[in-house]
Write a protein that binds this ligand. Structure first.
Ligand code: NAI
Ligand code: MG
Length: 495
């Protein structure tokens, strides 16, 4: 007997009237010990910068200064690369692979032991909700070290029949959206493959990388195997251009990715780039709509949309568009924007004043382009950098808010009628990092995922990560994969 379909469109929307105001539940910061000033971590110890210069890192939610960190110049980078080379030619390069694995494993264990501290510092320095740093960033960062520890003595199985060799010194440059997790994505496979490392965290979020340096020192890793140099773009460029670097791994903006690609053209350096994205999140009429709405919210609003694979373009099948948008607006009313250290917070602070200015620029562009803006009624703290979750309804393919990466909690909404139409629209972007598909039909999932030009496609879920699974993009989203067996390949060469 056919099941009777419930007509949900006739149900009155819920009215939210303070029922969702929770009492504040801030995570304590009493246990956090930050130095007033951090040098670089080079050759196994913290050292004063040769540049003699420092800059401050702030909390984007309070605008308070947290610490000064070293501003590395070419001489600092040179010292770090030399230390990495010495370690590569010395103890680390000669160490049996199984022993190398034990060190990586020890880093993972020490990170786990200090996970609360790492999560709190991540939220203080970068503005992301503690729920996210505690439940996503830190556990996943540990998981990456655990996973790659297991590969260290199994490299012969990476490409059976071919003898793998490490590359030498890896120069790694990471962004501010997942500071500790990106450090783990970069360092763990490099070490498992037998390389040594010079890593530069982003200038607005250096603190968890410096805490990781302490952990690496405490794990007893031979001096120089991992070096952490802080600074901004010029420090990154010094790593890229250093002749002693054998491989560059970069995650960040497409603009800087292009600069790096040009800089190393004609050299022997290997390169992987993980750049921007403009992911399509596609909701078919037969999807479990409440679940899909939760997936939309998770895909773009949590973590302030500071995610390269954020589901920033929503495509809803026309027959369910009104219902999905109504449910989405209702859900947005319940989102808590505010103190990143409060366990109830869904949307924390925008990472920096500059990033907030970029987002606000796009909010103006969207309105001027004629899209209809929607923001829930919610208050934001007076100090710090904040952006309410935002929808742009009736967006069209040619709008800049649909084509360009905004990197904020801003969702451009479009509708579609047929599968072919939505595939064409979804692929019509310079990027190709990720996508989401929501449908009850397995066959539709296969049809759509095969035709989407995106490195990762989630089906009936969003933003799910696992260290065993490769991640990376097509087109202007970059090349090379991180995670899994594929993530080892960029750190190895074969006879
Ligand atoms: P960015 O690409 O300038 O910064 C990323 C990292 O690259 C930082 O560590 C930075 O110090 C370093 N860097 C900057 N210039 C460099 C150079 N010439 N050579 C070597 N390293 C260099 O990103 P930014 O300015 O912080 O953000 C701008 C936009 O980039 C965002 O609005 C967002 O759209 C996108 N972005 C994408 C990320 C991703 O995960 N794919 C992460 C961060 C930003
Ligand atoms: Mg900061």
């Amino acid at each position: 007997m056919a099941k009777k379909k419930t007509d949900t469109t006739t149900i009155e929307p819920l009215k939210f009237s303070g029922a969702w105001d929770y009492a504040p539940a801030p995570e304590s910061t009493g246990h956090i010990k930050l130095e007033k000033r951090y040098g670089h971590f080079i050759d196994g110890k913290f050292v004063e910068p040769l540049s003699k210069k420092y800059f401050a890192t702030y909390s984007p939610s309070t605008e308070e200064k947290l610490a000064d960190v070293a501003d590395g110049n070419a001489a600092d980078v040179d010292a770090a690369v030399k230390a990495a080379r010495k370690a590569y030619n010395g103890e680390w390069g000669k160490m049996p692979a199984a022993e190398r694995g034990k060190y990586i494993y020890r880093i993972a264990r020490l990170m786990q032991e200090r996970s609360r501290e790492l999560a709190v510092i991540e939220s203080m320095d970068g503005g992301k909700p503690i729920r996210e740093s505690r439940d996503v960033d830190v556990p996943l960062a540990c998981a990456h070290f655990f996973y790659y520890a297991g590969w260290a003595d199994k490299l012969d199985y990476v490409s059976p029949g071919r003898k793998p060799k490490s590359l030498g010194v890896a120069g790694q440059i990471i962004p501010w959206n997942f500071p500790l997790l990106m450090a783990a994505w970069k360092i763990a496979p490099a070490l498992a493959a037998g390389n040594t490392v010079v890593l530069k965290p982003a200038e607005t979020t250096p603190l968890t990388a410096l805490k990781l340096a302490e952990i690496i020192r405490d794990a007893g890793l031979p001096a120089g195997v991992v070096n952490i140099v802080t600074g901004a773009g010029a420090t990154g460029a010094a790593i890229v251009n250093h002749p002693g670097v054998d491989k560059v791994a970069f995650t960040g903006s497409t603009d800087v990715g292009k600069i790096i690609q040009k800089a190393i053209a004609g050299t022997n350096k290997k390169l992987t780039l993980e750049l921007g994205g403009k992911a399509a999140n596609i909701i078919f009429e037969d999807a479990a709509l409440d679940q899909a709405v939760e997936g939309i919210v998770n895909g773009i609003f949590f973590n302030q949309g500071h995610v390269c694979c954020a589901g920033s373009r929503l495509f809803v099948q026309e027959s369910v568009a009104d219902e999905v948008i109504r449910k989405l607006k209702d859900r947005m009313q319940t989102l808590v924007v505010g103190d990143p250290l409060d366990k109830n917070t869904d949307i924390g602070a925008i990472n920096s004043k500059e990033q907030l200015a970029t987002i606000n620029k796009y909010l103006k562009i969207g309105v001027n382009e004629g899209a209809e803006i929607y923001q829930p009624k919610c208050s934001v703290p007076s100090k710090g950098y904040w952006c309410k979750p935002t929808l742009f309804l009736n967006a069209s393919q040619s709008h800049r808010i649909v084509q360009e990466e905004i990197f904020g909690p801003v969702l451009a909404v479009q509708t579609f009628r047929t599968i072919d139409e939505v595939i064409e629209k979804a692929n019509n972007t310079p990027y190709g990092l990720s996508a989401g598909v929501w449908t009850d039909k397995g066959s539709k999932i296969f049809k759509v995922t095969q035709k989407l030009r995106a490195g990762v496609v989630w089906a009936n879920t969003y933003n799910k990560f696992d260290p065993t699974s490769p991640f990376g993009g097509y087109k202007e989203s970059g090349f090379g994969r991180e995670g899994g067996l594929h993530g080892l390949l960029p750190y190895l060469k074969f006879d």
